[in-house]
Ligand binder design. Structure first.
Ligand SMILES: [Mg+2]
Length: 353
């Protein structure tokens, strides 16, 4: 291989959100990032680096890391450039290059990305959950019912923004309105230990499968202490702060919520899921409100691990515009897995939707 041919092209993009989104670092109304293009093994590949501060490096740090990687690829080759990108320090930048290379190589071997990543079986679709955002009881029930009408059988209720009593009323009302749905809750780290203990006890009575991030990110011991009851503990934000190994070592979770953009790439996310499985934990895959290339790659990561519990991959609607047509639409509570070669197949995939 001639290293001088290992060329990386970066293309910045900015996409409007359908509505403003509250994040750990304030409200955002755009998603900005970089398309990362490579050519290797006779094929071109496209990656996406869409940093979300609070979860990943900043946009500026992402750009600087990608520019260094571009130079390094030109002098030492793609693998050296990828190795030099730190998955903890600049996960979005590493995601961009890692995805671009995996996309090109999957195309070169004429297989969909999920098979290239190691998926052994053919997978048509991955089940996904609908999110019921914070709102009063009536709004929460209406959102839950319309999701079930659309075919979702797993609902994730956002909690923690109001009192525990108010959240309990919401979960109870959603349970009564949707008796057959799998229910989860996501507290985004907003409870203290005592509130979390009471919440998990009460939610257990309504068959809530697990609560995502009941306690602040740093409290691995508190999360470990919450396990063992009827409601599982899922960790999301804590993975970014501590990494998968520390979370597993602390015995802090029953379920890992894996965001490929925050973990440094599709390869890293899949590896984390396999390690979680080895430790007897479940994993689900979700996005950081990414554009179509990263979102579809997250679908491929989930497909490569099938069967998984319902994943958080129904996030295309957060964007008012996108970089290409969506090859992985949500149909009846499951996201379609593109069957063409690579990540986003030419022409938007095999689906006609
Ligand atoms: Mg979460």
């Amino acid at each position: 291989m001639t290293a001088e041919c290992d060329r990386v092209d970066l293309e910045p993009f900015s996409l409007r959100l359908a509505r403003p989104l509250d994040t750990a670092r304030g409200t955002i109304d755009h998603r900005e990032g970089f398309l990362v293009r490579v050519a290797c093994d006779g094929e071109s590949g496209v990656g996406e680096a869409t940093p979300l501060p609070g979860w990943t490096e900043s946009l500026d740090d992402c750009e600087a890391a990608l520019e260094r990687a571009t130079e390094r690829a030109g002098s030492d080759g793609y693998e050296a450039a990828l190795d030099a990108l730190d998955a903890r320090e600049t996960p979005a930048a590493r995601h961009g290059l890692s995805l671009a290379l995996a996309d090109a190589r999957a195309r070169a071997t004429d297989e969909p990305l999920y098979r290239y990543l190691g998926g052994e079986a053919e997978v048509d679709a991955v089940p996904v959950n609908a999110t019921v955002g914070d709102g009063d009881v009536e709004t929460s029930v209406a959102d839950a019912e319309s999701a079930v009408d659309e075919g979702f059988d797993c609902l994730k209720v956002k909690v923690g923004a109001r009192s525990l009593t108010a959240d309990f009323d919401r979960v109870e009302a959603v349970r009564e309105a949707c008796p057959d749905a799998t229910l989860r809750a996501d507290a985004n780290g907003s409870w203290d230990r005592e509130t979390a203990r009471r919440a998990m006890g009460q939610f257990g009575g309504h068959g809530v499968e697990y609560v995502e991030q009941p306690l602040p990110t740093g409290d691995l011991t508190g999360h470990a202490d919450l396990r063992g009851g009827p409601v599982g503990v899922a960790l999301d934000e804590s993975l970014g702060e501590h990494g998968v190994d520390a979370v597993l070592a602390a015995g802090a979770a029953d379920v890992l919520v894996l965001k490929p953009m925050a973990l440094g790439g599709p390869d890293r996310a899949r590896d984390a899921a396999l390690r979680a499985r080895e430790a007897g934990l479940e994993a689900v895959v979700t996005t950081t409100i990414d554009a179509v290339y990263a979102r579809t790659a997250a679908v491929h990561v989930a497909a490569s691990l099938a069967p998984l519990p319902a994943c958080g991959l129904a996030t295309a609607d957060f964007l008012a515009e996108d970089l290409a047509s969506d090859p992985a639409p949500v149909v009846h509570g499951a996201v379609t897995v593109p069957e063409g070669k690579g990540n986003v197949p030419a022409g938007g995939g095999s689906s006609s939707a």
